[in-house]
Design a protein around this ligand. Structure first.
Ligand code: ADP
Ligand code: MG
Length: 696
């Protein structure tokens, strides 16, 4: 927010506002509202249309309503010692409705004193004595009061103990009415306000608290949201522009690269892959470092894009490194890229933690002296002692599994400023990508390879397990392969391994004795894991019992069945990633989620999975269910601290703000023009706020 753009008069304490005083100021401080400026940016979270109350006689169960009426009965009862129930009823000309509050004696005291009408807000339920609203929000109507609360779109603020809607509304009104143009300078140049249909700042602040109409409320909020995003996106665009100016490697990428790759692959690139590869190549040709994020849903074909980038680097005489979050994934990349590049004279090496000391030393020797062109590995790649001869390109697969630091560490091993490509599936909505990874250029693979058949997803209750197994048995007889994912028993790898073992025994001995059953979990030796994966890939195993180690990246096209035990315990993005292991080949694929419906969040997750396979939608639902703080707990950074905007509902404004910011920065890279002076201050402010909270 353009906090710094508001001069000091607004830095005075709220206690000096009309109707506030020191006591109320103390309560407001609990909400982080200390100054007048804080209050102006403490926005209502909803509004009530009090120009027109619903006739009480017209309400129906389930509806959320605002009603106005006279208290016609009032009664309080004590139950079991200290437990109090207050029952009241209000009526207007059209009918009456019951109200219930629990354990709030003071409400009775207040209502006893009050003559006249009250306003209530809540959800109508069918009660024992007709319709009623339990624990409604309410306030008294006092004709002597000012007009703030009545006959208008009334702002409703989040409260804390000891604070009433009336008090905070009064305070906000006083702050807003005393607001002068000289107090609050416009941040956005007029031209860009016009171009983006944005209202002036001062108007917007007034209207967002006390809107004249529904339209002005929307316009006011949009302006404030836009500005918050815009300042952030300006900061990010300036960072991008800065790294874009550092000296880097200008690769010589010829069309022969893509031709060679095309003839080695058994498929044609999709239009999206072709476009994205072109975006990457044009970055690689520039004499500045590439910093690009490739976002594409599970199965969209990111590996082939990475291969195209790596081959281009190698053909220009540089080395490339590919870092994956798990050993299984690194090994799989190694196998497939080794195969792909073998005929082209490109040498691929593997480096993972569990190799023997001798294997590791050999691999490191080859990356150091340059005899390895491409190194594929896990975190092992960024360990001390690993060196490269001439590392020009760094690719990080499934970036969401890594921290930003690890991305940086691999870059450090590069030759000067290597190009960096980070890839991620979509466990995060686009709006979050633009904030968390806003300092990177973005490429999106928004198209799936052709011929994919929609995966059929079913949710089954535990009691239906046997019929699920029968269905699987039928498909196995037809030559399909299946993953069986064991329950998420605990965080401990050991317990997980044990659960996998149990499921393995049950599957191999009781359920599918006639099929070849394999086992995969994190506690196995690298060699054993490799063997299981390889046997499954070659169809020497029909059923692979596994923990979530297969979650990222594993690619076995003939596997078309995924059964997830206790699916209700998994998170949404995890379920989506797991399901992405099937649906990669020509068979109709199935995903069966076995889980009890024992809580509503779990049920919501399973329903979303059955309904959609769209990664963007799933990540948005995930964000909705869990909230950004929870999703990105450890890496929650200053970028996510928004005062006004909401990443879920304001995605469109974010895109517009990003677009406008990019344009402005290419026009005036240092914001040095006088009309951008206020913006420059706001961006510096944002920058220091982010720097001080960025833990990632
Ligand atoms: P992800 O984006 O999840 O990493 P992968 O790179 O593992 O996806 O690709 C998924 C599967 O799709 C692989 O089996 C890959 O060989 C195949 N594939 C990738 N691109 C194409 C394409 N253009 N046409 C057909 N199959 C493709
Ligand atoms: Mg992948």
């Amino acid at each position: 927010m353009p906090v710094s753009s508001i001069p000091s008069r607004l830095d005075t304490s709220v206690q000096y506002l009309k109707g506030v005083g020191p006591k109320a100021a103390q309560v407001l401080a609990k909400l982080g509202v200390e100054t007048v400026k804080d209050l102006l940016y403490y926005l209502p979270f909803r509004y009530e249309d009090r120009r027109d109350f619903r006739p009480i006689g017209s309400v129906r169960p389930g509806e959320w309503v605002t009603l106005k009426g006279r208290v016609v009965s009032l009664d309080s009862r004590n139950r079991q010692g200290n437990f109090t129930i207050i029952r009241a009823a209000i009526a207007d000309g059209s009918g009456a409705i019951g109200l219930i509050w629990f354990n709030q004696r003071w409400i009775k005291t207040q209502l006893d004193k009050h003559e006249g009408e009250i306003i209530v807000y809540g959800q109508v339920k069918e009660g024992n004595y007709g319709y009623e609203i339990a624990s409604p929000e309410w306030e008294t109507v006092d004709p002597a009061d000012d007009v703030t609360g009545f006959a208008r779109l009334t702002p409703i603020y989040r409260l804390t103990e000891g604070l009433s809607q009336k008090l905070i509304r009064k305070a906000a009104l006083s702050a807003v009415t005393s607001l002068q143009p000289k107090d609050i300078e416009e941040t956005l140049p007029e031209e860009m306000r016009k171009a983006n249909r944005l209202q002036p700042l001062i108007w917007s602040i007034k209207q967002v608290h006390f809107p004249d109409t529904e339209e002005s409320r929307v316009a006011a909020r949009r302006r404030l949201v836009f500005e918050e995003f815009f300042v952030m996106q300006l900061g990010l665009a300036m960072r991008r522009a800065q790294t874009g100016e550092e000296p880097g490697i200008a690769f010589e990428v010829s069309s022969a690269v893509i031709e060679d790759l095309r003839s080695a692959l058994h498929f044609e690139f999709t239009a999206a892959q072709t476009r994205v590869i072109e975006e990457i190549y044009s970055d690689m040709r520039r004499p500045h470092p590439m910093n690009r994020l490739l976002q594409g849903d599970v199965g969209s074909g990111k590996t082939a894009v990475a291969a195209a980038a790596m081959l281009a680097a190698v053909r220009s005489g540089y080395q490339a490194a590919l870092m994956a979050p798990t050993e299984i994934l690194a090994e799989q990349h190694f196998v497939s890229l080794h195969q792909l590049f073998e005929g082209m004279g490109v040498r691929v090496d593997l480096l993972v933690g569990k190799q023997t000391a001798k294997q590791k030393k050999q691999a490191i020797d080859r990356t150091t002296d340059g005899s390895a062109d491409i190194a594929i590995g896990t975190h092992a790649l960024i360990q001390e002692g690993v060196a490269f001869n001439k590392l020009g390109l760094v690719v990080v697969d499934e970036q969401h599994r890594f921290g930003v630091l690890q991305r940086g560490a691999l870059r450090q091993k590069g030759h000067g400023n290597p190009d960096v490509l980070v890839m991620t599936a979509t466990p995060i909505p686009r709006s979050l990508t633009l904030t968390l990874y806003g300092d990177l250029d973005l490429s999106v693979l928004d198209e799936m390879p052709p011929g994919r058949i929609q995966i059929k997803t079913h949710w089954k209750l535990p009691a239906e397990r046997n019929s699920v197994y029968e269905g699987v048995r039928k498909l196995l007889h037809e030559g399909a392969q299946a993953y069986m994912v064991c329950p998420l028993v605990s965080e401990s790898e050991k317990m997980l391994a044990q659960a996998a073992n149990e499921l393995y025994l049950r599957m191999s001995q009781m359920v599918f004795p006639e099929f070849r059953v394999g086992l995969l979990h994190g506690q196995l030796k690298t060699k054993e894991k490799e063997q299981s994966m390889e046997a499954f890939r070659r169809h020497e195993i029909d059923v692979l019992v596994s923990t979530t180690v297969i979650e990222v990246g594993v690619d076995v096209p003939n596997a078309s069945i995924m059964v997830i035990e206790d699916a209700n315990r998994f998170g949404l993005s995890q379920l989506h990633q797991l399901r992405g292991r099937v649906g990669r080949g020509e068979r109709q694929s199935f995903c069966v989620l076995i889980g009890a419906a024992n809580n509503s969040d779990a049920e919501a997750r399973l329903r979303v999975m059955v309904e959609t396979s769209d990664g963007f939608r799933i990540s948005e639902e995930d964000l909705r269910i869990r909230g950004p703080g929870e999703l990105y707990g450890t890496r929650q950074s200053g970028e996510l601290e928004l005062r006004v905007a909401d990443l879920l509902q304001d995605g469109k404004v974010l895109q517009e703000a990003r677009q406008a910011a990019t344009t402005l920065v290419s026009d005036d890279p240092r914001l040095s023009r006088p009309e951008h002076a206020r913006l420059a201050v706001a961006v510096r402010d944002w920058d220091s706020r982010v720097a001080s909270t960025d833990v990632s």
